[in-house]
Design a protein around this ligand. Sequence first.
Ligand code: CO
Length: 171
Amino acid sequence: MLRIYSKNLLISMMCQKRLPHQTFKRYNNSNSSGSSWKILRLNHIAIASKTIEESSTLYKDKFRMETSDKHAQPDHGVNTMFVDCGNTKIELLDPITDCKSPIENFLDKNPTGGIHHLCFEVDNLDAACLDLRQRGLRLLSDRPKIGAHGKPVIFCHPKDCSGVLIELEQA
Ligand code: CO
C-alpha cells in the first residue's frame, strides 16, 4: 500500500534518525570524600560591554525581551542587568568605573564587548570545588563568594577550560 507522508512528517522522521548521535551519558563525579555533585543547567551567559545602557538596547528594543533593572555589584566591580531568555538568562555586565573592575582587561581586548563567561548551576558547590581541585582544575579564588544572585559562586581558570571563563553557582 502506498503511503503518502507530509513533507513535515518526513523531515521529522529524518531528524529522529539522527537522534542516536545525541545520546548522552553522565560520568561519576564523586570526590575523594565521597560527596557527589553535578551540573544542573546553564544559569546564564554573561556579556560584557562598556555600558549596559548600550548593550541592553538590542535585547530590550530590538528583540523585545524582558530585562531586570541594572544593579551595582561592588564586591565584583561590575553592574549587572539580566535578560530573560526562557530557558536561561543573559547577564549584561559593565564596569563600575570608580574601582578596578575585573572586566577592564576584557574590554581592553574586546572594545565592542563580547561573551565574558558562562555560568552553570551545581547542586553541591563545595563538593564541586574539592573534586575539581583534585582533578587539577584551577579555581580563581580559595572559596566561593556571594554572586549576583545572592548565592555562592566560584570561577574556574579559563586556561583549564578551553579558553572559556566558567562560573559555577550553587543552585
Ligand atoms: Co555571572
